[in-house]
Design a protein around this ligand. Structure first.
Ligand SMILES: *Cc1c(COP(=O)(O)O)cnc(C)c1O
Length: 425
């Protein structure tokens, strides 16, 4: 790990914590990150020549694996003809068509450059449309680093135990109301108190930033019912679940139509893209059609649109979802058996190709349940696996992703490594 070590020492002098996004710094598992040189399919290779099977997949976007040849070829063709124009291009329209076709509740869509931009803009739109101020979010859900959404958030905010964050004036967060996932009463009581001024409820329909937590039967239906009753909008943040839990996302899988949907990660095929969309009458409030301002210099650029479009095309053509789901199910089942045999209490939650091994007895149905996990043991597990060429997320509170490039052989090798790893954690 000599080269990685040298690079990280230099990086720490030049970048805060040596990284451009907090969880990458390995803070919660201790030690230092490796530097990656390249990726192919399910594998990544570090600058010191080590190979790893990658279950992070750039934190979700790479559902086709690294450097999928068809995506790379298409992007190469497009990039050679110019990377950005700030003038309408045909690829934006094709991409919009693909998104509208895939995601049940989206009739019209606006492309942005990240998931953060998508959630921030969708909430601005919800507030503009309803002429109300308040936003209900759930404990442990992460919606990007939007000021007023960093309250009780998941992902790095959770990993590092930061309660909110300095730099966000209390005034900015005073319209953010916190409810508990899988607890409709906590939502009802907020609406009883503030219903007239609640613009929207934003939720990850499957929580993916506090490990993986599934919605219990009736929970999403309940959110739909309550928001409708009070005239608030329901926003699904499908930045992780979109094109992941099915082609049409969680809303297709669970049969619930939100008013607005936020997309990111997979939609960019590995490039920076986000999107928000929904009913035509709501989207009509977005500038220039309506008064809610939102813009982006590089939004809808040809390179990102090409990568996303090709990715969606392949996902649809190959019908990847049933295969990925079976693979994750087997992985989860056999992993659980290995821990059971070793007498280590874990809970495995998974849906489609996303999953999480919580180091706690379980069940894990809420943020509080997830927080009971033995993060120190997770850290030991992480290093024991990494040593054996398997890369899981450097935090207990993140999902593991299986891509279309992960083979049964990859899974077998991972389980074999796990059998060895449990002996030393
Ligand atoms: C990753 C994520 C975001 C933020 O997306 P960025 O592209 O990192 O800004 C928002 N919501 C959810 C559910 C996410 O997982």
């Amino acid at each position: 790990m000599m080269k990685s070590k040298e690079l990280f020492a230099k990086a720490k002098r030049l970048l805060p914590g040596g990284v451009n996004s907090p969880v990458r710094a390995f803070g919660s598992v201790g030690g230092e990150p490796f530097f990656v040189r390249e990726g192919r399919g399910s594998k990544i290779y570090d600058v010191d020549g080590n190979e790893y099977i990658d279950y992070v997949c750039s934190w979700g976007p790479l559902i086709l694996g690294h450097a999928h040849p068809e995506v790379v070829d298409f992007v190469r063709d497009v990039v050679a003809k110019g990377t950005s124009f700030g003038i309408p291009i045909e690829l934006e329209v094709s991409m919009a068509e693909a998104v509208v076709e895939a995601v049940p509740s989206i009739e019209k869509v606006r492309f942005v450059n990240s998931g953060t931009e998508a959630t921030m803009s969708a909430i601005r739109l919800a507030r503009g449309y309803t002429k109300r101020n308040k936003v209900v979010k759930f404990e442990g859900c992460y919606h990007g680093h939007v000021d007023y959404l960093l309250v009780k958030a998941g992902s790095g905010v959770l990993t590092f135990g930061i309660p909110g964050t300095p730099g966000v004036p209390e005034d900015f967060a005073k319209h953010t109301l916190i409810a508990r996932f899988n607890d409709l009463e906590s939502v009802e009581s907020l609406f009883e108190k503030y219903g007239e001024d609640i613009a929207c409820v934003i939720v990850e329909p499957v929580m993916g930033n506090a490990g993986v937590i599934l919605p219990e039967k009736g929970f999403l239906e309940g959110l739909r019912r309550i928001t409708e009753k009070y005239g608030a909008l329901l926003i699904f943040d499908e930045v992780i679940t979109g094109f992941r839990v099915s082609l049409g996302g969680a809303q297709e899988r669970f049969g619930i139509k939100p008013d607005l949907t936020c997309l990111g990660k997979i939609i960019g095929g590995g490039f920076p893209v986000g999107a928000y969309g929904g009913r035509t009458d709501i989207m009509a409030h977005v500038a220039p059609e309506g008064p809610v301002y939102q813009a982006g210099t590089l939004s809808g650029n040809p390179v990102a649109m090409a990568a996303g479009l090709k990715t969606l095309e392949i996902l649809k053509r190959e019908n990847v979802y049933p295969v990925l789901e079976k693979r994750m199910e087997r992985f989860g089942r056999e992993a659980k058996a290995i821990f059971d045999e070793a007498g280590i209490p874990v809970t495995v939650n998974s849906i489609a190709s996303m999953g999480c091994i919580f180091f706690t007895e379980g069940p894990v149905k809420s943020f509080d349940d997830a927080a009971k996990s033995d993060t120190k043991m997770y850290a030991r597990f992480f290093w024991a696996m990494l040593k054996r060429g398997i890369y899981f997320a450097p935090s207990q509170f993140e999902a593991a992703f299986i891509s279309w490039a992960h083979t049964d052989d990859d899974i077998d090798r991972t389980l074999e490594a796990m059998r060895e790893a449990v002996k030393e954690i």
